[in-house]
Design a protein around this ligand. Structure first.
Ligand code: NAD
Length: 300
């Protein structure tokens, strides 16, 4: 039978990812600070413990899937963190999207304890997490990549080695900046078409056979009624929260400032998602930028 794996952070993404590890025959030990999110996996046979430290005591492979940098710092280096009890030689894989410099700090702290840390953020959304078709962007020691890939392949169809620790995050931040720009562009385009009298389903069909096609138009359309099984079909619940997108654009902004790189559209996208967070969209899926634009226009 396969080795036990630890999983920390059973939210929108972590839960379906952990399920796929179980389905691939890996016994799981998991934890989340929000007890409700553990129930379903417990029902499927996962053992639930109270803290990351307790998980670390019992396994030597751990995956973390947490919202942002402060949560990752807490789960690894906090008073009940993984590194308090980590076993020597453990492989620690963080799939959260966080600041690359924090990934480097966590890797250095893990190394002091004789463990290996890798960053492996994902792209694909909740749909791809459920179907095991995520893309993983992996940073860390090349010698450890094969061991990481063995686990990540249960949850993703693409597992790409990017380079030293932190480079997975860099790739992910670039992807999400383009995703945000594409989503806002898709939402404002669809809205303009609707205002011009076009049927949104027809317009989406035309975009998807034309040069405006993108992931936000053909896989995750932001307009209610255009597609089934996406957050826009469910009042923008679930999916990828607006707060998380604002966080990723903040990371893009920081890295661009540090490297003196111009990102005019990335900066504008950051401001738009920050405004949405302040206006009640924080916990809705990021495709709700379509609804935000509609409300702006009706207010005129
Ligand atoms: P989420 O907020 O739904 O889930 C995060 C989980 O972590 C929650 O269940 C929360 O209770 C738990 N948690 C927070 N602090 C904890 C702690 N100290 N100890 C234990 N558990 C803790 O977020 P998500 O949508 O699953 O996203 C997770 C990460 O993946 C984020 O960095 C996000 O940017 C990234 N991501 C999300 C998507 C998406 O479509 N949702 C896609 C790609 C990447």
């Amino acid at each position: 039978s396969k080795v036990q794996v630890g999983f920390i952070g059973l939210g929108n993404m972590g839960k379906p990812m952990a399920k796929n590890l179980l389905n691939n025959g890996y016994p799981l030990i998991a934890t989340d600070i929000f007890p409700e999110s553990c129930k379903e996996l417990q029902g499927l046979g996962a053992q639930i413990l109270d803290s990351p430290a307790e998980v670390a005591e019992n396994v030597d492979r751990i995956i973390t899937m947490l919202p942002s940098s402060p949560n990752v710092i807490d789960v690894y280096t906090g008073p009940n963190g993984i590194l308090r009890k980590v076993r020597k030689g453990s492989l620690l894989i963080d799939s959260s999207t966080i600041d690359p410099s924090v990934s480097k700090e966590m890797a250095a702290a893990a190394e002091k304890m004789g463990a290996v840390f890798m960053d492996a953020p994902v792209s694909g959304g909740v749909g791809a997490a459920s179907s095991g078709k995520l893309t993983f962007m992996v940073g860390g020691a090349k010698e450890e990549f094969a061991a990481a890939k063995e686990l990540l392949s249960c949850m993703g169809s693409n597992v790409v080695y990017c380079g030293q620790v932190g480079t997975g995050q860099s790739a992910k931040i670039c992807n999400n900046m383009l995703l945000a720009i594409g989503m806002i562009g898709t939402a404002e385009t669809m809205n303009l078409g609707i205002r011009l009298g076009l049927d949104p389903k027809l317009l989406a069909k035309i975009l998807n056979m034309s040069s405006g096609r993108c992931w936000s138009s053909d896989t995750y359309n932001p307009v209610p009624g255009v597609m089934e099984g996406v957050p826009s079909a469910n009042n923008y619940q679930g999916g990828f929260g607006t707060t998380l997108m604002a966080k990723d654009l903040g990371l893009a902004q920081n890295t661009a400032s540090n490297t003196k790189t111009p990102i005019p559209l990335g900066s504008l996208a950051h401001q738009i998602y920050r405004m949405m967070c302040a206006r009640g969209y924080a916990s809705k899926d990021f495709s709700s930028v379509f609804q935000f634009l509609r409300e702006e226009e009706s207010g005129q």
